[in-house]
Structures are given as structure tokens and as C-alpha cells.
Design a protein around this ligand. Structure first.
Ligand SMILES: Cc1ncc(COP(=O)(O)O)c(C=O)c1O
Length: 472
């Protein structure tokens, strides 16, 4: 028992109790038509319920990342290994969140653990340049086609913030073009257009004037793009080259090629946000996979193997605005944790493993297997919905099993949230409707994820199959 503060909570002392509800529990769930999931969820996750209550007193909505907001309450996790993790009540859960996509090799890869342990003993912040920086940057340059120069930052949000600032400084232009449903973090310029409705900010607290410099276009539309760039007043076009919101609507490579030509013709900086796809879609990201080299690329997540960190990389002349004495006016860039040695120790360990492409291929095979099995489960349950995704990602969509791009963008947030709780109850964790596979997920874990969706879809509440396709 660990006691930290006002409430004591039990920590799991073994490698997980039941993975999914026991057979009697499952039988009861199946026959208990209309049973209140909230009640069963509370009974199953009592320690997490207490942790949530405690957290409610100190954190707005009891959480530290908006995506953890869920009903009845999010679980508190204490440990992870490979493709699974354990909550405060000692349930073993198949983890498809995978560090928000950062853990391509799964939890606790030995090379990463050893590197971080060793670096922790040598110093977690050396208050100056450290001996890992150049080696990590050289590995990035070797893997990512657009990387001529590198600047380490603390997160993906910092990377896109810096990318747009560098583009504006280098071009002397203010306007940014971005695409509906593409997510680039949470700084001022990008909290507009990432979620429907696309003509409204997705965050309060940002001056309206900020958005005067942002044009939001529909993805995969070359005509609209060429019109938007025609006046040559656009500093940068930024996109997720694998498609908006982790590839919910895949980006057409032909459109990206047209986009690349249009930016080049108009002196506009092309920014690939590869925070999710970098080192995951392929060792060199989407840009290597489709053969389009952008001017700047943002990296994070997989870059540091599950530790915090990111990078802006790109053309040497553009990155020159970060240099002292460049003559164009310098882009200021401090940051206490830039190139943090602990994160770079993980980076140095993880990049050589990812360079072969083998872990990504294994994760992709697992994702393909899961998507196919989940689609069969939707069919068997007679619930409208589907699983889809690119590479090693998976999205759950409720409603039309062959959703249009608009339907995918509109999403099914409410339904996905209800399904999320059901999946957690049955032993699988997703980030809302999204998940990532890793090279560490086993066949047995995938099978458990299939069973969990079957159980979740098989439940009924208030006499209706859950989730109802009208929820979204
Ligand atoms: C494509 C993309 N860009 C940027 C970000 C922001 O990265 P971070 O959460 O590290 O700030 C994310 C986060 O999920 C992302 O998916």
C-alpha cells in the first residue's frame, strides 16, 4: 500500500489481476440487459475512482491532458510493459494509447530503459550543450530526407510553433495555410480548423486577430490550395502528411505532390507535421514513403522513444534564421529542456532500432490484423461502425461502416466516448477513438482486444444496442 497525501490507494503487487471481466462477470453483463455500465465500472475500478476524486480537488476536471476527459472517470495507471499496462486496481489492460503514439517499440524496451537509467546517473540536465546532441541530430539527418539542420525542442507543440515562426521570419509573410481536421498542437495559431466546425476556434483565450492570419482549407483539394497561394502572401502551408488527426482522412499523395509544387512556385514554406508519423510511418516518415521532401519537418513522439522531446528539422537556409548573426533578424529560441540529455539518451537508443523499419512493419501487421478483426466484430454484432487506419494506427468509427471524408472529420465523439469506457471496462485502452500498435503487442493481446470490442458492442443499455449509431 502506498500512501501519498490524504488518501491511500493500493498499488498492484503482481503482474495484473484479471485482464477482462471474469466469465461469471461476462455472463452477468451479457444477460443484464440495461445494466448500468457506470455502476459496474465504478465497482471494477474502485481505486481509480478514489484517485479521480482526489485529483478533482487539485486539477481542473481531474486531468492533465484534455483527451483524458471521459465518463464515468479516467483510470489511473501505475505501470506498463510491452503492449500492456496496469491500473490502480491491478487490472491488466491492453494498451493501444502507447504513449500517445510515441512508443513504437512498446513500453520498457530494454535498450531505452538501460540508456535512460545510465544517463540518469550521469546527469539529467547538464546546464549546457551535452555529448548526445550531435549524435542524435546526425541520426535524424541520416533518416529524415528533409533534415539538413536540426533544432531540439520540448514537444510537438513547440516544434510546430517554431516551424511557423521560422517560416514567417524567413519569408517576411504572416499568413499560414492549414487544413481541416489536421492537428498541430495547442499554441495560438493552430487552435483553429483542427476540429469541426472548422470556422471557429477550438480553444478559448486566443485573440480573434490571431486567426486573421490563418486560412483553413479542405484537404485533398488542389484547386483551393492554388487559389490560396496565388497572392504569394502565405508564409507556410502546414499539414499532417499522413492525413489529418492521425490519418482519419488520409492525404492523397498526388495532392501532396501538387501542394509541394505550388509552395515551391510561390516561395511558400512547406511544413510536414510528422509528430505522429515521423519514424513510425517509415524510418524516414511519410516524406520518405511518398518521396516528397518538405522544407521543414516537425518531429516528436517516437523521436525520444516515449520521453518528452521534439525537433524542428529542415533546409539549412531556412533554419539559418535561428542562427546568431544571420542578418535576417533572429528567431528567438530558448527552452530549459531543449535537447534534454535524458530524452536524448532514449533518442540515441531508439533511432538505430527504428532505422531498420522492422519494428514499424511489425506494428503495421498488428494494426492490419486488429482492424480486420474489429471490422468482423462489428459485422457479427450487427452494429454500424468500422475500424480503419493507415500503417500502425487504428480509428474506430461509429455509424456508416464506409464513412465519407466529411463523416470521418465530423467524428462520433459522443459515441466514441461511451465505447471507450466499455472498452476500458473490458480491458483495452484507446485514446478516444484512436489507437496505435507497437512492435511489442502480442497475438494474445490482439485477441484480447478483439474480445473486448465484441463484449463492448454486445452490451445493451436502455434497451438499445450500444453504441447507438445516432449518438455521433
Ligand atoms: C500531428 C501532431 N502535431 C503536433 C502534436 C502536438 O504534440 P505534443 O502533444 O507533443 O505537444 C500532436 C500531438 O498529438 C500531433 O498529433
Amino acid at each position: 500500500m502506498a500512501c501519498a497525501g490524504r488518501r491511500c490507494v493500493a498499488h498492484p503487487t503482481r503482474t495484473g489481476a484479471s485482464t477482462v471481466p471474469t466469465e461469471p462477470e461476462q455472463r452477468r453483463d451479457r444477460t443484464n440487459v440495461g445494466a448500468d455500465l457506470t455502476q459496474r465500472y465504478r465497482e471494477r475500478f474502485t481505486a481509480s475512482a478514489a484517485a479521480f476524486e482526489r485529483a478533482s480537488a487539485v486539477f481542473p476536471s481531474a486531468i492533465n491532458h484534455d483527451s483524458r476527459h471521459m465518463a464515468p472517470f479516467p483510470l489511473t495507471f501505475v505501470r506498463a510493459a510491452g503492449g500492456v499496462k496496469w491500473d490502480l486496481d491491478a487490472h491488466e489492460t491492453v494498451d493501444l494509447v502507447m504513449g500517445h503514439g510515441s512508443l513504437v517499440l512498446g513500453h520498457g524496451h530494454p535498450a531505452v530503459v538501460e540508456a535512460v537509467r545510465e544517463q540518469a546517473g550521469r546527469g539529467t540536465h547538464l546546464g549546457g550543450s551535452n555529448d548526445l546532441e550531435a549524435e542524435c541530430a546526425e541520426a535524424i539527418v541520416a533518416m529524415v530526407p528533409s533534415a539538413e539542420r536540426v533544432r531540439f525542442v520540448g514537444s510537438g507543440t513547440e516544434a510546430t510553433l517554431l516551424a511557423l515562426r521560422v517560416a514567417r521570419a524567413a519569408t517576411g509573410r504572416d499568413t499560414i495555410v492549414r487544413f481541416q481536421g489536421h492537428f498541430h498542437g495547442w499554441h495560438d495559431t493552430v487552435v483553429f480548423g483542427n476540429r469541426a466546425p472548422f470556422d471557429r476556434p477550438t480553444s478559448a483565450g486566443v485573440p480573434e486577430s490571431t486567426f486573421g492570419h490563418v486560412r483553413v482549407l479542405a484537404p485533398n483539394d488542389s484547386v483551393a490550395l492554388e487559389a490560396a497561394l496565388a497572392e504569394r502572401d502565405v508564409a507556410a502551408v502546414i499539414l499532417e502528411p499522413g492525413g489529418g488527426t492521425i490519418g482519419k482522412v488520409p492525404a492523397d499523395p498526388a495532392w501532396i505532390r501538387a501542394l509541394s509544387a505550388a509552395t515551391r512556385a510561390t516561395g511558400t514554406v512547406l511544413v510536414f507535421d510528422e509528430v505522429v508519423t515521423g519514424f513510425r510511418a517509415s524510418p524516414g516518415g511519410v516524406q520518405a514513403a511518398i518521396g516528397v521532401t518538405p522544407d521543414l519537418t516537425t518531429l516528436a513522439k517516437a523521436l525520444c522513444g516515449g520521453l518528452p522531446g521534439g525537433a524542428l528539422v529542415g533546409r539549412a537556409d531556412l533554419m539559418g534564421v535561428l542562427a546568431f548573426g544571420d542578418g535576417r533578424g533572429k528567431v528567438a529560441h530558448p527552452g530549459t529542456f531543449n535537447a534534454n540529455p535524458l530524452s536524448l539518451a532514449a533518442c540515441r537508443a531508439v533511432l538505430p532500432v527504428l532505422a531498420s523499419g522492422a519494428p514499424q512493419a511489425a506494428a503495421t501487421r498488428s494494426a492490419e490484423r486488429l482492424r480486420a478483426s474489429w471490422n468482423e466484430a462489428f459485422g457479427r454484432a450487427g452494429v454500424d461502425g468500422c475500424a480503419y487506419g493507415e500503417d500502425s494506427t487504428v480509428h474506430l468509427h461509429l455509424g456508416d461502416p464506409t464513412p465519407t471524408a466529411d463523416a470521418r472529420l465530423a467524428g462520433a465523439a459522443a459515441a466514441a466516448t461511451r465505447l471507450r469506457a466499455r472498452l476500458l471496462y473490458h480491458g483495452v485502452d484507446l485514446l478516444g477513438p484512436h489507437g496505435w500498435l507497437s512492435s511489442a503487442h502480442t497475438e494474445a493481446q490482439l485477441e484480447r482486444a478483439v474480445t473486448a470490442l465484441e463484449l463492448a458492442l454486445g452490451e445493451t443499455v436502455d434497451g438499445q444496442a450500444v453504441p447507438s449509431s445516432t449518438e455521433g
